[in-house]
Write a protein that binds this ligand. Structure first.
Ligand code: SF4
Length: 152
């Protein structure tokens, strides 16, 4: 498996499998967060993702859940994300539940129809790092989104 940098696993989700489709965080500027300070953001090459899925198909062929890494893998456009979810379903045909952490900005760059389509492909649960509903606080921590963005 390709795990190239810091890996944070959401403690509320199953511990395994994890699939690194991005490295680091696209924003990486929240003032309270040091999680990815030394990890430049990158998208994983499709070849790595496919190699990891082939490995999982051999070692864990009945996997029903998977967590996408890293900080905000849903930053990808719908057109880039959809083939990855299709590949997950191809190599792990019993897949039921795909998890991912995300930023508000990653949801805003997709239409409702695109989000429904990702859900159909198995993306069932996201952890949205909203932190606060107070604009002054969001500005102070440099979250780069507003309370209205989060509500929307
Ligand atoms: S978006 Fe999340 S991972 Fe990125 S800097 Fe902010 S809190 Fe950290």
């Amino acid at each position: 498996m390709h795990f190239t940098g810091t890996v944070y696993r959401n403690p509320y989700w199953p511990t395994w499998p994890l699939l690194e489709i991005t490295q680091g965080c696209t924003h990486n500027k929240c003032k309270f967060c040091t999680m990815y300070k030394d990890v430049p953001f990158k998208m994983s090459p499709m070849e790595w993702i496919e190699e990891d899925l082939k490995e999982l198909a051999e070692t864990d062929p009945n996997a029903k859940t998977i967590q996408l890494l890293s900080a905000n893998p849903l930053c990808m456009t719908y057109d880039k994300l959809m083939p990855i979810l299709e590949m997950i379903n191809k190599y792990l045909p019993k897949m039921e539940y795909i998890y991912a952490c995300t930023r508000v900005t990653d949801i805003k760059n997709k239409t409702v129809e695109q989000l429904k389509s990702l859900k159909e492909l198995g993306l069932r649960e996201i952890s949205l790092g909203s932190e606060s509903g107070d604009d002054w606080t969001l500005d102070r921590i440099d979250k780069k989104c507003s309370a209205a963005d989060i509500t929307e």
